[in-house]
Design a protein around this ligand. Structure first.
Ligand SMILES: Cc1cc2nc3c(=O)[nH]c(=O)nc-3n(C[C@H](O)[C@H](O)[C@H](O)COP(=O)(O)O)c2cc1C
Length: 200
């Protein structure tokens, strides 16, 4: 049993956590994005398959490659951030399952059906993307998640020709840094409990 976090932590992680649209010039050192990964990796996935893979866009050259693949309205929202991460999943995630789920050597074979394989990769990969956002916010960073880009073009440009990444598929991207609050629009409402919940 653990104690609840503080009210301040609830604010930072949820109530005051906004999607950043613009970015301060403040840089973020690589050690911070490593810290984000080292927190998010503990988030649960089914059979611990951990299918997400992450390509961190840092250099001007990488940003220039990404730029034409973004929806026009997203270009500055993404590229003005010191870091952007392409959250992908590995189509060969099952190769790591013996390492990740060592107490059941058969687990690798649970994903041989094509639909099951895709569902597991996409569901758990998306969860891991959300864990990454929460880890970043826990560390005091702001996030700008984006799905407005050409996934197939990103896969072709960044992943297809690379020995390590050739089986990766992009899911969504997330800009990371310190947001410029002056660019925020008013917070949109969320559904109330009665609209979004049923208790049987
Ligand atoms: C997976 C995902 C994809 C998104 N894609 C875009 C996008 O392509 N362009 C954009 O401007 N905002 C995008 N957003 C931002 C959402 O519109 C924003 O998170 C939502 O309105 C809530 O805003 P808030 O966090 O400030 O309350 C995306 C958010 C998520 C989580």
């Amino acid at each position: 049993m653990a104690d609840p976090l503080s009210d301040l932590a609830f604010d930072q992680l949820f109530r005051e956590a906004r999607t950043a649209n613009a970015w301060q010039k403040t840089d973020i050192p690589e050690v911070m994005v490593r810290a984000v990964y080292d927190l998010m990796k503990w988030g649960a996935t089914s059979a611990n398959i951990s299918p997400s893979r992450f390509l961190w866009i840092r250099s001007d050259a990488a940003k220039a490659k990404l730029k034409p693949l973004l929806m026009e309205g997203n270009v500055s929202k993404v590229l003005d951030a010191p870091w952007t991460v392409i959250i992908a999943w590995d189509e060969k995630f099952e190769d790591k399952v013996p390492e990740l789920f060592p107490h059941n050597p058969d687990a690798k074979n649970w994903f041989t059906d094509e639909d099951t394989h895709f569902d597991a990769a996409f569901r758990n990969g998306t969860l891991q993307g959300a864990y990454l956002m929460m880890a970043a916010r826990a560390l005091g960073l702001d996030c700008g998640p984006m799905s407005g880009f050409d996934n197939d073009a990103v896969d072709a440009e960044f992943f297809a020709g690379d020995a390590k990444m050739r089986h990766w598929k992009s899911n969504f991207i997330c800009a990371l840094g310190y947001g410029d609050d002056a660019a925020l629009f008013e917070r949109s409402p969320r559904l109330c409990f009665d609209d979004a919940n049923v208790i049987l």
